[in-house]
Design a protein. Structure first.
Length: 91
């Protein structure tokens, strides 16, 4: 469980939006947090892919250029960005 203190103006806006959409005051922030976490995880995964591409493009000890592979990200049904990120980082 997570408890947050919201500024009064934000709490009023949240309540008005919840009434207008027929959602609960808890549903809307929960939905926003999950979406934001997925976006942050996607950014981190993209950054990891970019770092890997930089490493692959670096010159080896004998001066040969290492090939760069295009990072491809696919997700199986039910897999999230967070679970993919954890798996990529070995957690």
């Amino acid at each position: 469980m997570l408890a947050l203190r919201l500024p009064e103006g934000v709490e009023q806006r949240l309540s008005a939006l919840a009434r207008a959409t027929g959602k609960t005051n808890s549903h809307l922030p929960r939905q926003a947090i999950v979406k934001h976490i997925d976006e942050l995880a996607a950014q981190a995964l993209a950054q990891d892919s970019l770092s890997l591409a930089k490493i692959r493009s670096a010159r080896s000890a004998n001066g040969a250029v290492l090939p760069i592979g295009k990072p491809v990200v696919t997700f199986s049904r039910g897999e999230s960005f967070v679970s993919r990120l954890r798996a990529a980082r070995g957690r």
